[in-house]
Structure formats: C-alpha cells, structure tokens
Design a binder for this molecule. Sequence first.
Ligand code: ADP
Ligand code: ZN
Ligand code: ZN
Length: 827
Amino acid sequence: MHKNKYALIVVDNASTNTDKLFTYIIPEEIINYIEVGKRVLVPFGKSNRLLEGLVIEIVDDINFSSNKLKPIKKVIDDTPILSKKLIELGLWMKDKYLAQYIEVFKTIMPTGISNKVIKYIRITEGYNRAYEDRLDEKQKKIIEYLLELKECELNRLKTDLCIKNINLHIKDLEDRGLVELFDKIDTGIGKKYEKFVKRLFDKDKTTEIIDSLKKNANKQIEVIRTLSDVEYIKLKELMMKTDCGYSTVKSLHSKGLIEILDINVNRNPIKRYIPPYKRVSLTEHQKLCLDTIINDIYKNNKNKFLIHGVTGSGKTEVYLQLIDKMLKQNKDSIVLVPEISLTPQTVERFMGRFGDNVAILHSRLSIGERYDEWRKIKEGKVKIVVGARSAVFAPFNNLGLIIIDEEHENSYKSSMNPKYNAIEVAEKRCDLENAALVLGSATPSIETYYRAKNGDFKLLEMPIRANKAKMPSIEIVDMKEELEKGNKSIFSESLFKAIKDNLHNKKQTILFLNRRGFSTFISCRKCGYVVKCSECDISMTYHLDSNILKCHYCGLSVKPPTTCPECGSRYIKYFGIGTQKVEEYIKKLFPSAKVARMDVDNTTKKGSHERILSDMKNGKIDILIGTQMISKGLDFPNVTLVGIIAADMSLNLPDFRASERTFQLITQVSGRAGRGDVEGRVILQTYEPEHYSILTSKEHDYKKFYDMEIKIRKEFNYPPYTNIINIVLGSKDEIKLNEASKEFYFCLVNRLEKNLNVIRNDLILGPNPAPIYKIRNSYRQQIMIKCIEKEVEIVKKILGDLVIDKKNDKMFKDIKISIDINPISII
Ligand code: ADP
Ligand code: ZN
Ligand code: ZN
C-alpha cells in the first residue's frame, strides 16, 4: 500500500489568530513536485477555501490520527522560492523575536510575489439557451452578463449587477448546473513584458523586399531598412526611430515579414550611466584590515569582524576589495547600508566597480522593480546585493559574505513584527551558511563594541583618514554665554562668521539640526497650553511652507489656532526650532547664498533626494540644511564647514541611549567636513558644553566615550549587561487598558517567580504609562523586563505562553500586546 507523506505548512490566513504549522497530506500525484520552500494551495477551514501556504517541512510520519487531514491541492512554484537555509533562519527568527510564522515568512519572501486566490464565475459548458425560460429576471441578468464576458471575477459581477440577494441566485444557478465557480491565482505582480519586433526576412533580401513594397509606402520601407540592421528591436523604439504608427508595423506583420512578440524584460531601477569606480591601492591600515579578514576566513579562524574606522578612513574600498575576493571564489555578497545612505553616491561606488553584477534593494523601488531585482538574485544573474535592512534575506545560494555598514544605525532594527535586528539575523545566517560577517562603523554601538572586546568579533581599527586628511577641528559654543552676551539668534556669533567666511571663500557649508518643521511646539504665553495632537500624546510641529501643524507620529495636520483654545488669549507663541526655521533665517541673513534643505518633508517625491545631492556635488548649493538624513555617508570634498545647531536635542530624550546617539550624531555629521584638501571645521552649539558625549566627540575619542558610557550601563544595569524585553499593551479604552495591564503584570510576576531562581528588584518594571502615552488614539502601558542572558529563553517562553493564554481572556479582548526583544528605543 502507498504510504502517505505529510507536509507542514504555514498558511497565509490573516483572519484567525492561530499561529501554527498545519499538516496536510501530500497526494501521490504531486509527490515528485513538492519541496520545502515551495508554495502550495491548500483547502482551509470548514468551507475549504483555497489558501496559499509555504512548505516548511516534509515528514514521513505523524503522531496523531490522519483521519481529518486534507490533501494539498496544488504546488504553485516550479522551484522553491525560499532555500532550506532561509526557512531555517525564519524558524530561528520566530523563536528569537516571539513572532508568528506568517509574519516571519512574509518578511523573508519578496514583496509582490504573494498570491491571492480569487473566485471566478463562468457559464458551464453544458449551458443551453433553452433553459432561459425557466429563469427569473435577476437570474437572466446574471446569465446575460456572463454570456458577454465568458468569465469574470465573482466580486466584479456582484458590484456591477447590484442585485439583491445575489448569492442566493448564484447558488440556484449553480445547483442547476448552469454556472460554476472556480479559483484563479492572482500572482499580484507579474514579470514585465514588452513588445518586440523580430525580423523574419533574410537580411540580404532587404532591397528586394523594399522593391516589392508600394513606392509610396515610405514608412514601411523605413521600418524594413531599420530592421535590416537588427534582428530584434523594441516596438516602441522602432516606432520612434522610424516615426511610424502601429498600423505600419501591423501591415508588415500581415505580410509575414516581421513577428511581434511579448518578451519578458527586467525593470531597471538604475537608468543613468554609471562611471567606473576605479580600484585604488590600499593604505597601510586598509591593507592590514583586508588581509586579516581574508586570512582569518581562509584559515577558518574567525568569521565575524568589526571594522572601527574613523569617518573618511576608506571603509568602502575595503568592502569592495573583499567582495572582489568573494567573486573570485564564485561566492555571493550582501551589503547592508542604512536606508537613508542608499544614495546615488553609494550605489555608484558598487555599480561603478561591479556593474551588472549588482542588484539594489530599497523601499523607494516600486513593487515591480523590487520583484525584478529579487528575481535577478534568485536566478543567479547577480552576485552582489546592496540594500537596506531586508536585503539580509536576499535569496543567494552560495553566500560568502555579509557586510553591514554603519552598523550602529537604528534602521537595522525593524519596528514591525517580526521586530528583528538585521545584525543578529545576519550573524545567524552567516553561521547557517558558513559565510563571513563584517560590521563597519566610525561609532560602533556600545553593544557591538562590547562584544568585540569580549572576542565575539575580531576588532580591526582604521584610525586615520585614507587621504591623510586631518580630522576636522570641533569648536564648542556655549549657547548660555551667547544669550548673556545678548545674542538671541539661533546662530552663535562664531557660527555666523564662519558661514560668512565660507561663502566668501566659495566653500560649501552643512547645517545640521535633528528636527524637521519650523517650530517644534506652539504654546499659549498666558496659560501655558501646548497644542498637542488629538490622537497622540505629542506636541505638534509647525510647518511654515504649508502653514499647518503636523503630528510627526500619526501625520495628522491641523490649522494653527490664532487664539488659545484653553483661555482664549491671543498670545500664541511659536517655540523651538526645526530645519525650516533655520532655512528661513539663513535666507534672510545671506540673501545671495544658494540654500537648500533636505529632510523627510521635501524628499518624499521620487528623485528629489537624488537631485539635492547632485546639486550639492555640482556646487549649485552653498549651504545645505538638513536632519540626520545629511549625516550619513556623504562625501563632498568642498564641504569645509559643518554647523551643529543644537547638539542637546538628542541628549535630552528619555532613553538610556541618548548619550550614545548624541556622540554618534556629532561624529557622523562632523565627518562630512574637511574630506578634501582644506581642513574641516565644525561648530557645535549646545547648552551643555560639559557633557561627556560632547567633550569626547570633540576630541574624536570613541574609546574614551565608550569607557565612560559602559560604566554607566553597568551601574544602571542596561544593555549590554542585561537584555531588555519591552512589552507595550495598547487600547483605545483607557480604563480597560489599565486593568488589563495590571492583570498581565501580576500573571507575569507570578510565573516568573515560579521559574526563575532570583527575582531582582529591577527584573520587571511597570506597568507604567509609556513615554508617549497615546499614539493614534491608542493608549499605551509599558512593562519592562531586564534579564540576564541565561534567563532570556525562560522569560520568552513564559511571555509567549502568557500572551496566548490572554488571547482567550475576555479582559484582553481589545488589548493589543506588542513585544520587543532588545528594542532600540523605549519611547
Ligand atoms: P568611510 O566610509 O570610512 O567614511 P570612504 O569609504 O567614504 O570612508 O572614503 C573616504 C574617501 O577616501 C573617499 O573619497 C575615497 O575615495 C577615499 N579613499 C579610500 N581609500 C583610499 C586610498 N587607498 N587612497 C586614497 N583615497 C582613498
Ligand atoms: Zn491660554
Ligand atoms: Zn498624532
């Protein structure tokens, strides 16, 4: 007897809360097609609705009765869309981040390839007009509609006809065997096809053919001439070259001289010409760094590295040459860069060196473009990927190397489920696929540096700039003193003068402020009322260009009030500064300067980001004002002055990483200055000139900063000395939320006490209102667990079980529970 095999499948079913693998029988006829990593269609639930699923495992036996199991209906993919290794990685992520199967695999799979099953309706083959007499008016209408269209989407029929109780009528027609319903798979995004024209005639016969055409058929003759040189040409291109219409092409087609074909083409997101990026001979430090890595990989000593290289030390060249070594061994490389540094400059370096061998993945690509890039990787057409966070899942089969540039960046941590950290995922992937991991930064995160010191990564230093340029000198200006001197402007005397001199010397200036908008809050002078977003517990930012108040959390915008909504007074004042205000002041003070601003507000349009950067490169901008968007990766030799308008802004955030973020920001922004021949100068304005973040960044002394910061982390028991698990409970109902949070807390404490040996004072904190208490009308309570490495797994298990238990608890009906393992921000 044939013995059944079974498949464990993640089913794409958004409507239930069940997070498990479903077991299905593999029917004999598909046993040779089914494979782990392929998608299948399976009947689901009582109605046996067809849903898409992903095969995670194939097993010979199950330890329960197979009576109720259903067979898989169909295998969708010819080849697995996920490799076994990537599936293994996904399963690891599920455990690591307490996420659901479906969340994890949706993240790993390329966007745009997710299929939907769509119900269609059509008239059966046996249909006969004679039946029509026995139909009522409504049913006749349905039949008429279908006779015209042959088949159509069920939903379309319903909306188009607008018939009451249409389901009953359809059911009736179905029972009588007149119509039938069937499923079609909609692949969402398809390959892109373009029309091509192919020459069918012999090239040598061109003159003969032209002679055979009518003398006045000028256009046709033109087309034939063009085609005598090329066998294939894009239809569009042909029409443009010959200035002919489609009818001309058609008539040649009907004469059998040409063929018109649909050919699958790749959408190409990079349309410009990219100049070659020449290989340079390495500096001593670069060489040492490269050789150490290659040597260690080769000898299997170590496969994880951290390059701590100052800004301008030439990390990119090291990456490029490492990738080159990989290519020589026929191995694939992934390069992760923060989303905002995926600038043309970065792309040009990689494509300029490796050309067509590079795929680019980032969120500004259209779904179609992203799908095509993914396919290039999958089909082995490229061996290098440069991309943002999710490029860590690039479907390579022979991975040799993952590089993570600016590894300290926040954007490597996902804020959506699964809340994964791309560095951790990359580490795991490298372990699974025996690849090497190289992290690089001028300001490594405290956690990474700590791990490097403990031997988890080999630490490699590049302490000087590649072109021997000096690090910029940083001058600290105490803004309290400015005020005492009577200077109320947002620019210190020293910064003002420096900008003026720089303009005079035809050098470029960058002004940095980590806050967009015009004024950061508006408030009543009489009663102190602050305009806050009605949906979020956050003050609203004034935007001058559109004259509105915007919430930077939910995007809500309102007209600014002219009188105080609380007390009616007219003394509404605008406080705080954003990039727009800096822009306006600069334009007033330096009317002849060419000024540009770069922040999220003016770079959402495709290409705008690129345009500002190319203007900067071509010297069309004297002063560039921006948020942290301008702090990353820009390499403009003519920038000799950087002004940091308010260094305290990040220092005062209620987050234990505030000092670290400030040090990183100052270092990164300063790093934009003096990359060319002229020494760079940075002017840093602050109200806290004595703060260690500011003093150590002035001295370009990362190690000193690290030593001070790590002591504080230890004293207050923060990462890397502890793991933080942040639980946020959210609900629109404030009272219910408070009750549920307390309940959750008590259950959690109870279970922790039973399972852990020691219960420290700060093991579990809360429930407390989250620092931002309300977002999008949803209130938020926070419970924080701080646990040491060996407790993490136990705590996660307890937490995972508790969340499942609470899902069935009435008290938690409208409560959303979100868990973040080692969050990057606890606001
Ligand atoms: P980082 O990423 O470390 O801040 P970059 O990779 O942007 O630094 O390099 C800074 C500058 O130094 C670039 O303009 C680059 O072309 C140049 N550079 C890199 N390596 C060398 C080298 N070996 N010799 C001369 N110039 C170099
Ligand atoms: Zn008031
Ligand atoms: Zn809001």
